[in-house]
Design a protein around this ligand. Structure first.
Ligand code: NAD
Length: 486
């Protein structure tokens, strides 16, 4: 016999999932979640929750990922929510209000006289399945604008749009998952917002149900399972997946700043365990040695001579992921390619920042999303060649370019297909509310953040208003030539 929590988890089977959805659907149907007051109250409660329970969140993140405290508060926490919810309080509140009023649009001559309105309506009861790497939320600093992602950001969008929600956090970050369940239970309206903890069994039970939208964050293999389950009920899905996000480094730039920004996006984000962390670099052969030297010296400044002992680097989330990453380094094809790092500590699940130069394109590390602290560098003769390399693979979630060259920048923007692009930085597009965040092709479908989160959980209902005037005879039989001439 396990603990009460374990027994409860085991009891969450298909029957429990069916009755949960029934309960939430009743709550949605009675109109509660559509009300402006309910939505604003719930969003404010979420903010209060983050505000009052910050220390417990930091502790959970440390337990799950040994995430540095500042990285937690900077990337996962309060200010993120303050900004997102303030954003909701300003722009989005108007949007919330507008779900009643809608947006009037021009109509055509065919329907004259008439007016048209687009009314956003909530979809209904939605399921959000999230990943382990940013179990609470994210980005970016107390200095820059910021907002939450992963578990709670989609919940913000779902509530803002007036849906009932079930959140299924990842079992791979168990402390964060159980804290989320506890806090959401305490602070939010449990008749319409619920957290279900668990792994494959529980998620499968949830996926058997009919939802009005499924929002999934994680890897593409499970993304396919989610999509197949959704297809049975014709449920729309939003998939936030991953991919190999490249960084193209042109010459003639401020290399030190570029390198610091690459380090920030790679090792400064969960030690590379972030969906938009730089996955590999492309640079010309001539410029590569300078890049490697700068990376080495900046990494040493940040993490010291023995990075395995650095308190500023998260650990690898579990032994499966540690073994997966070790396999990349142990493959024969990459032997002799490590130019910096490579140290590992299996007991404490630590891997040092590691740079590999000129790895073969057919190596394992170049054919899977790395999602960890290893950074391969590919070299090319001409920097323009990098765009073909990127486009020859599956479409990444993000792509980055460092350059001062306007023409190269234009080419990059027009040629490279990725979920999002950043020029002269990494990862920060995530922090801009006015930009949609999402993948394309194998890196996902659909987008969220800011107003896009609201839209992701709304149906845009088209409404045409007519009066009894202007009833043209041509619409009705008999369709005589005389009528057409009229
Ligand atoms: P994960 O292992 O936590 O899995 C994600 C979710 O899928 C979890 O809630 C888990 O319980 C559920 N799941 C696992 N097996 C399942 C099954 N058989 N059936 C149904 N559900 C199942 O996370 P992960 O997949 O290791 O996350 C890493 C991946 O997610 C990377 O590819 C990363 O790039 C991507 N990611 C994308 C984003 C984004 O915003 N686009 C953010 C974070 C991570």
């Amino acid at each position: 016999m396990g603990t009460v929590e374990e027994v409860n988890k085991v009891l969450f089977d298909e029957e429990a999932a069916t009755s949960l959805v029934k309960e939430l659907r009743a709550s949605f149907t009675n109109g509660k979640t559509r009300s402006y007051d309910w939505r604003v109250t719930q969003l404010k409660s979420m903010l209060k929750m983050i505000d009052e329970r910050e220390q417990e969140i930091v502790t959970a993140l440390r337990d799950d990922l040994s995430k540095p405290e500042l990285e937690s508060t900077v990337y996962e926490m309060k200010d993120s929510y303050v900004k997102e919810l303030n954003h909701i309080g300003s722009q989005r509140n108007k949007a919330l209000d507008k779900t009643r009023k809608g947006k009037f649009v021009k109509t055509s001559l065919t329907t004259f006289p008439s007016s048209g309105e687009i009314v956003s309506e909530p979809l209904g009861v939605v399921l959000i399945i999230s990943a382990w790497n940013y179990p609470f939320c994210i980005v970016v600093t107390r200095i820059f604008n910021s907002f939450p992602v992963l578990s709670l950001d989609p919940v913000v969008g779902a509530i803002a749009a007036g849906n009932a929600v079930v959140l299924k956090p990842s079992e791979i970050a168990p402390a964060s998952s159980s804290l989320l369940a506890k806090l959401v239970g305490e602070y939010m309206d449990s008749s319409s917002i619920r957290v279900v903890e668990g792994a494959v069994t529980e998620t499968s039970a949830l996926l058997e149900q009919k939802w009005d939208k499924i929002f999934y964050t994680g890897n593409g293999r499970i993304g396919r399972i989610v999509m197949a389950a959704a297809a049975k009920h014709l449920t729309p899905v939003l998939l936030e997946l991953g991919g190999k996000s490249p960084v193209v480094v042109d010459s003639g730039i401020n290399l030190q700043v570029a390198v610091r920004r690459i380090i920030g996006g790679k090792w400064g984000c969960n030690n590379g365990q972030a969906c938009i962390s730089p996955d590999y670099i492309i640079i010309t052969k001539d410029y590569a040695p300078k890049l490697v030297d700068t990376l080495k010296s900046e990494l040493e400044k940040f993490y010291g001579k023995n990075p395995l002992e650095s308190k500023d680097l998260s650990r690898i989330v579990n032994s499966n992921h540690f073994t997966r990453l070790a396999k990349y380094l142990d493959e024969d094809k990459v032997s002799g390619k490590i130019v910096y790092g490579g140290e590992r500590d299996k007991t404490n699940l630590k891997i040092a920042p590691t740079i590999l130069l000129d790895v073969p394109r057919d190596s394992l590390i170049m054919n899977e999303e790395i999602f960890g602290p290893l950074l391969p560098i590919l070299t090319v003769d001409k920097i323009e060649d990098s765009f073909d390399i990127i486009n020859s693979g599956t479409k990444p979630l993000a792509a980055y370019l460092f350059t001062n060259n306007k023409k190269l920048r234009q080419q990059f923007v027009s040629i490279v297909s990725a979920g999002g692009l950043v020029v002269n930085d990494t990862t920060l597009h995530l922090a801009v509310h006015t930009l949609p965040f999402g993948g394309v092709g194998e890196s996902g479908m659909g987008a969220y953040h800011g107003k896009f989160s609201f839209d992701a959980f709304s149906h845009k209902k088209a409404v045409l208003y007519r009066s009894f005037a202007g009833d043209a005879a041509i619409r009705y039989p008999p369709y005589t030539v005389g009528k057409i001439r009229l």
